[in-house]
Design a binder for this molecule. Structure first.
Ligand SMILES: *Cc1c(COP(=O)(O)O)cnc(C)c1O
Length: 429
């Protein structure tokens, strides 16, 4: 494969953008080599500036659950753009998307649209602090909730990949309000509630951890968080920026039957345009300005193009059979990789939840940050490079999930399994 043009662009980009990118994981630091500069995408495929074609398992890190350039989304976007790209005034589109989300996720009685998942979690915590009159929050090691100050403590993938110190630039005084527990360990959370009675405003959790690779919740873990927070008067915040409309139409909370006080969304609900949202109980959401005193605003919030892409994406996702197809495609990939791994002498663990999948280069069960951080990242880097050379664009970090979309066909999956088999065979020698 020839990457001459991408190499040239990457050189040039580094003169103007730190590391040549606008988000760290794109720079391929964890796996080495030059990131292909992408020219276009269609369905399950992306095409780079040198004309190379890849089956894409990044899918923009989750939003593109329908694949690239879905015709229904693109057509609606074209029409919306002709009507105007932004007004800074209310539009009916915001009500339409809000209603669709509220009917899919009943814990969301009211919602506020913002521009990124980071804004959503940052504001949900501000709101939780205002509502409870408490300052401390609990997060989990390896949980990523965007890059707001105070959440950059034991923050998962990007930070794990680059081994950055937890949070340079974040005042210690601020980070001190962030308490960290191991994922899947409700006893540790109970301990924090004992240590800081009436001081904890909220527990924020990815109900299915996906930013240390895919780590599903153990039975009872989320229920325990629900009862611990309720008992102490703290809020339970589900960060469903990845899992929302991904693991099920109603998100992880539909699967586990748990009602969080607040939910953060992003990625899928923007259909590939910049969106985030937070929502939940009416009495809590009413504390937001202008009905209440908690301030948060946004020039482009509820942007008509973003709302349109979200609405069209949810329309497709709400049709019968969609999640069954995602499950069967993802399961085909999982089984295919398992078959290959079974015949090899490599220590691997395939962790899958719905259409999220990680191949961990360790045979530790994926339980928490500690267990997955033992993975052999060097070996993963070689695996990644082999796959790229075979035309598979796998997430360029051991600690990320691969995203399977509605556009991935059985043929795509079988081709991918073949490429993985070749790659792993080469790693074994
Ligand atoms: C991606 C992500 C975020 C941050 O969303 P951005 O839109 O990138 O700011 C927050 N929480 C989780 C769980 C995420 O995966």
């Amino acid at each position: 494969m020839n990457f001459a043009r991408s190499q040239k662009l990457f050189q040039e980009a580094q003169n103007y953008l730190p590391g040549g990118v606008d988000s760290p994981v794109r720079a391929f630091k964890a796996v080495g080599g030059t990131p292909p500069f992408i020219a276009r995408g269609k369905g399950s495929r992306i095409y780079d500036e040198d004309g190379n074609e890849f089956i894409d398992y990044v899918c923009s890190w989750g939003p593109l659950i329908l694949g690239h350039s879905h015709p229904q989304v693109v057509d609606a976007l074209k029409r919306a753009a002709e009507r105007g790209t932004s007004f800074g005034a209310p539009t009916e589109l915001e009500i339409t998307l809000a209603k669709m989300i509220a009917s899919a996720v009943p814990s969301i009685e009211m919602i506020r649209f913002v521009n990124s998942g980071t804004e959503a979690t940052m504001t949900a915590l501000r709101l939780a602090r205002a509502f409870t009159g408490r300052d401390k929050i609990v997060k989990f090691a390896g949980g990523y909730h965007g890059h707001a100050d105070g959440l950059l403590v034991k923050g998962g993938s990007g930070l794990a990949t680059l081994s950055l110190p937890d949070s340079p630039g974040v005042p210690t005084s601020y980070a001190q309000n962030t308490l960290v527990a191991p994922y899947n360990n409700a006893e540790a959370v109970a301990g924090l509630f004992q240590q800081y009675p009436e001081e904890i405003a909220a527990v924020i959790v990815e109900p299915v951890a996906a930013n240390i690779g895919v780590v599903p919740p153990q039975p009872g873990f989320l229920d325990n968080l629900r009862s611990l927070t309720s008992r102490s008067g703290a809020l339970l915040i589900f960060d469903e920026v990845i899992s929302g409309f991904r693991v099920a139409y109603g998100g992880a909370q539909a699967i586990y039957g748990i009602t969080p006080d607040l939910t953060c969304l992003g990625k899928v609900i923007g259909g590939g345009l910049p969106v985030g949202a937070y929502g939940g109980k009416r009495e809590i959401m009413k504390m937001m300005a202008p009905t209440g005193p908690v301030y948060q605003a946004g020039t482009l919030s509820g942007n008509p193009l973003a709302m349109t892409a979200g609405i069209e994406t949810l329309k497709v996702l709400s049709q019968p059979g969609v999640y069954e197809q995602l499950e069967s495609t993802a399961s085909r990939l999982e089984k295919g990789i398992a078959r290959v791994v079974g015949s090899l002498n490599l220590k691997l663990n395939i962790s899958r939840f719905a259409s999220l999948l990680t191949v961990f280069f360790t045979d530790n069960a994926a339980f928490d940050y500690e267990s997955v951080s033992k993975a052999d990242t060097k070996l993963f880097g070689r695996f990644f490079q082999q796959l790229l050379a075979e035309g598979i664009y796998w997430p360029p970090s051991q600690f990320e999930a691969a995203f399977i979309s509605m556009a991935h066909s059985d043929e795509d999956i079988d081709f991918t399994i073949g490429a993985i088999e070749k790659a792993l065979n080469r790693l074994e020698v």
